[in-house]
Write a protein that binds this ligand. Structure first.
Ligand code: ADP
Ligand code: MG
Ligand code: ZN
Length: 472
């Protein structure tokens, strides 16, 4: 019997506001434990929260960028539970009136994953277990989050991975989060069930909480799918529960049976007023959104004429995409700029995080200048790549390494004379080329490049030589 995977994702995205959601403490990652705290985010009795307006703006932007409807009037609620990471014994979140609803993200296959809701909430503190003791760091407590919840539309591991990567990129592009998964600023709860192929009713799901690696999410889903299918095949049933993924063993294990909404005794947060977002504000936030990754992708492919694979590599890192746009300005052949970035330049940034940071020593204008010289045939590609290497090492402009004289190139008459000389002095090569050996041609061109110290235009020289030896 064949089974189908069903996955729904709840993604927590920490917002990159300067201060926390209800107080003035910094949201900066790390720091001495409990040094980014005050009576408000420690939940001391008698303190009052005040909502950070930037949080509302960022949540609305997250919603707009994922095709959601924005609710003009929403509110915050208390979700009650007792756990040491939550000093107030409740989390301030949104229950029945989330700020954004009914959106979607479209995957490269054209399939859309619906977004059921996006709500605002505060992050909890962090428990640190050491040698049998447990410590609490409240620095993260009160950092603003949006939780982005999909419908159970995901059917394969690849779709889950692509959804997370796209969501991550969108949040990065619109500047609401640094989305550093290793620092926990993007974490997923993964809901998984299986059903027999063709069946409509969903199976009972399990939920794996707090995952911050796409790789582990993929492995956990694959494992959990097999586990659930095995249970059903051997006549058992799935219990709705929360599980954790053990990356050392690559297994999931039960943590606790799942809570229902009633368990949390949600009620309105009485210390905060309603959140009102006017149509004008929504319009303004929409106008402030930058081009989204899929929009850039379309432009790179359809307007700049890049192959899809190259365009995808460029948009994967926001800084690279923006650098490329600048570097390819006014070029006739925009692929040339992409080739330099994805080839010679990327070799200087081998890791993912280096590409993400993209601390390149030369401004995009310098690369553009260099490519203009190649396009106008003032320099050839081997001169360009030598110069680029020196530019990248020094941060200096192309004019530092290539002089006007170098750029003069070889005028047509001189080149023609040289070509005649080349043909005369390389008779053997000419003969074997005429005899069908394409490769032999290279040595004739090589001769010209040597004679001119690389300044001749090899394409032009090829034309002339072929003309001379009567084979155009
Ligand atoms: P809760 O509020 O109890 O966590 P929700 O209905 O809001 O439950 O769903 C939470 C997440 O679980 C959503 O992402 C949703 O798509 C997903 N989900 C719901 N039912 C299933 C199912 N049968 N299989 C897989 N995922 C599911
Ligand atoms: Mg849940
Ligand atoms: Zn505080």
């Amino acid at each position: 019997m064949s089974y189908e995977l069903v996955v729904g994702l709840e993604t927590h995205v920490e917002l990159s506001t300067n201060t926390k959601i209800f107080c003035q403490c910094t949201t900066e990652f790390g720091g001495e434990p409990n040094s980014h705290c005050c009576p408000i985010c420690l939940g001391m009795p008698g303190t009052l929260p005040k909502l950070n307006k930037k949080v509302v703006e960022y949540a609305v932007k997250a919603g707009l960028a994922t095709n959601c409807k924005i609710r003009n009037l929403s509110k915050m609620d208390r979700k009650n539970y007792v756990y040491p990471d939550l000093p107030k014994a409740y989390q301030v979140t949104q229950f029945d009136k989330p700020i954004c609803e009914d959106g979607y993200i479209t995957l490269s296959s054209g399939k859309s994953i619906r977004i059921n809701r996006i709500h605002i909430e505060e992050d909890a503190g962090k428990l640190i277990h050491e040698r049998g003791d447990t410590y609490i760091d409240y620095n993260r407590g009160g950092v603003p989050l949006v939780e982005i919840v999909t419908d159970p539309d995901i059917r394969t591991v690849d779709e889950a991975v692509e959804y997370i990567e796209q969501l991550r990129l969108i949040m990065k592009y619109i500047g609401v989060s640094d989305v550093k998964m290793q620092e926990g600023s993007l974490r997923c709860d993964v809901n998984i069930s299986v059903r027999k192929k063709g069946e409509e009713k969903f199976g009972t799901r399990t939920e794996i909480k707090n995952m911050n690696s796409v790789n582990f999410i993929a492995k956990a889903i694959a494992y959990e799918f097999e586990r659930q299918v095995d249970i059903l095949e051997s006549g058992g049933e799935i219990h709705q529960e929360t599980r954790r993924y053990d990356s050392d063993l690559n297994i999931t294990e039960s943590m606790r049976s799942k809570e229902d909404a009633e368990d949390y005794r949600y009620f309105r947060e009485p210390d905060l007023v309603n959140i009102y977002v006017s149509e004008e504000e929504i319009k303004k936030y929409k106008a402030e959104l930058p081009q989204l990754p899929h929009e850039k992708l379309n432009i790179f492919i359809n307007e700049y004429g890049l192959p899809k694979d190259d365009a995808e590599l460029l948009i994967k890192y926001k800084k690279v995409a923006e650098y490329y746009e600048e570097a390819s300005k006014n070029l006739k052949n925009k692929k040339l700029a992409s080739n330099y970035i994805l080839g010679q330049i990327y070799r200087k940034f081998p890791t993912d995080s280096e590409k993400e940071e993209f601390n390149i020593s030369i401004p995009p204008k310098y690369l553009n200048d260099l490519i203009q010289l190649v396009e106008s045939r003032k320099i050839n590609s081997s001169m360009a790549s030598n110069a680029l290497e020196k530019m990248l090492d020094s941060g200096k402009a192309v004019t530092e390494f290539i002089s006007e004289k170098d750029m003069e190139g070889i005028d047509e008459n001189t080149l023609r004379e040289l070509c005649i000389k080349a043909v005369n002095e390389n008779q053997k090569a000419v003969e074997s080329y005429l005899g069908g050996k394409e490769k032999a041609f290279k040595s004739i061109i090589g001769y010209i490049m040597r004679e001119t110290k690389g300044k001749a235009d090899p394409i032009k020289a090829t034309e002339i030589i072929k003309e001379i030896i009567g084979k155009i």
